[in-house]
Write a protein that binds this ligand. Structure first.
Ligand SMILES: Nc1ncnc2c1ncn2[C@@H]1O[C@H](COP(=O)(O)OP(=O)(O)O)[C@@H](O)[C@H]1O
Ligand SMILES: [Mg+2]
Length: 268
């Protein structure tokens, strides 16, 4: 590798993974750590498969693969939603996923709770509720390209857990999404706080990117298809393809389902 710049991906793939802390609260055993290679070091998240909390609706031991599959779709769309994420068989607490750390700007709130009559300029209203002290509040999120793409991405991967805390605000205005362990189910599981575009026409640029994704998903020997079929079940890949087709055909962002919860709990 002499002379070639070492990418974050290389560091995650080849570096020594060391655990330096545990992220609390988190629903799984989620560690903070470092990946070190040839004198370079980056911070990362590490989630060993052995620390995955069993769920009634997803097969045991599959969440790490789902996170990597979500990253592959994010890359194929070119939207940089998920930070680089890959599987490591030789990490300290056993096989699991490692993901590049993205330090958020604590001064930015792309998803927020505000007083009901105070929806800020540039934000979209999602729902009204009462807070812990019985005050009327609204759940809102910003009306930005990065968040809109994340909402589209969530429809594609069928994300069952887009909480406010799974949206990371980067200082430059970009937004990353994390925690994609409960994606790619064949049943409609979309649970998200990003409903601000529900029922709105699909953005033409997003539609163009989705069209390119669909082409790759329909190409028998594409690298993406092969990767996804290794990471999740083939019928889950087929369901993802169907969701992209449906989104493009309807050209409208879906509405929350009436028959099941469509907001994650807790929402942050
Ligand atoms: N790549 C990342 N960069 C920065 N912060 C992260 C990253 N991944 C997770 N986090 C933070 O850690 C918290 C817990 O991680 P998460 O992926 O949600 O774990 P769990 O599956 O246990 O819920 C997240 O809510 C987020 O605040
Ligand atoms: Mg989480």
């Amino acid at each position: 590798m002499a002379g070639t710049p070492v990418s974050e991906h290389d560091l995650l793939a080849l570096g020594d993974i060391e655990i330096t802390g545990r992220i609390m609260p988190a629903s799984n055993a989620t560690f903070f750590g470092t990946a070190t290679f040839e004198g370079l070091e980056i911070s990362c998240v590490y989630k060993p498969v052995s620390g995955e909390r069993p769920l009634w609706d997803f097969p045991d031991g599959t969440l790490a693969g789902r996170e990597v599959a979500a990253y592959a779709v994010s890359e194929a769309l070119g939207w940089d939603v998920a930070p680089p994420t890959l599987l490591r068989g030789d990490a300290p607490a056993g096989p699991g996923m490692v993901q590049a750390w993205r330090e958020p700007d604590p001064g930015q709130d792309p998803v927020d709770l505000v007083r009901q009559d105070r929806v800020p300029e540039g934000y979209l209203h999602v729902l009204d509720a009462y807070d812990a002290r019985d005050r009327p509040v609204s759940l809102v999120h910003e009306d930005s390209e990065a968040l809109r793409r994340m909402a589209v991405f969530d429809v594609v991967v069928n994300n069952a857990d887009r909480k406010g805390g799974h949206v990371l605000a980067m200082p430059d205005g970009h937004r990353h999404g994390v925690d994609h362990g409960v994606c790619f189910h064949v049943d409609d599981k979309l649970r998200t706080v990003l409903w601000g575009w529900a029922g709105e026409p699909l953005d033409p640029d997003d539609a163009a990117d989705l069209g390119r994704l669909l082409d790759v998903l329909c190409t028998r020997d594409s690298d993406l298809l092969a990767a996804l079929e290794d990471l999740v079940q083939p019928r889950e890949v087929a369901a993802a393809r169907t969701r992209v087709e449906r989104l493009l055909r309807r050209a409208v962002m879906p509405l929350p389902s009436r028959g099941r919860p469509s907001i994650p709990w807790p929402a942050f």
